[in-house]
Design a protein. Sequence first.
Length: 254
Amino acid sequence: MRLQTMNNISAIAIDCEMVEVRNGRQTLAFLSAINFLTGEVLISRYVHPDEDVIDWRHKFSGLTQSTMTSAVASGAAFGSWREARDKLLEFIDNSTVLVGHSLNYDLEVLGICHSKVVDSAILTAETVYPSIISTKPLPRMWGLKTIAKDLLKLSIQNSNCGHDALEDAFAARDVLIWCIKNPEELRVWAENIRLQEKLKLPQNRTKLGKSRPNGKLPARKTFQTCGSHDFDDIILSELADELGWPEGYDPWSG
């Protein structure tokens, strides 16, 4: 079924912060979403967990029971993850591209299936390992903090109070913008990383042999948050086409 919205946006960058609930599961506790093209903040709001929280994961989420209680009391929180998802869906239709870093985790806690996504974690890793087909596991993926530092010379996630979902959403957006604008520099970065990984390979193989009996790497994370639905990874040139940019057009030039 095609989503019908009055305010659908061509592309949206999102980031979520999660907390742990019963049985080792996680649930949404903060949602940030921005208009990919304009940088307009669409959502930056707490989400009241509708289950008992076992671990607030303050080191990563930046959340505590006290901050959540204050947010709920002041009306600064969605009442549930479903309310947060419904608000996000007001901006999305089937043509909207969702952007993020390790986006599968965000989509899972939002309970969203979507066919057009760009994940900067997968995109950069596939640039490093271009010969690995999509059905095979990637040897590794790089965190947003590392990617932002390497590509953008941007320092993020430095607070002792955990991650900032809005900062991370902007960083994922900026990483993708950089990749679109600097394909040659991206390839150079990937070549350098590939060389570094080759130099570390004998050591890594030893570690793998000790930690995994068969020495195999874990399977690549795929986007399967609703049954057997598979998410499509859109390459950079296709994203530009999706957003209607003419060839060579730079929407961020001043």
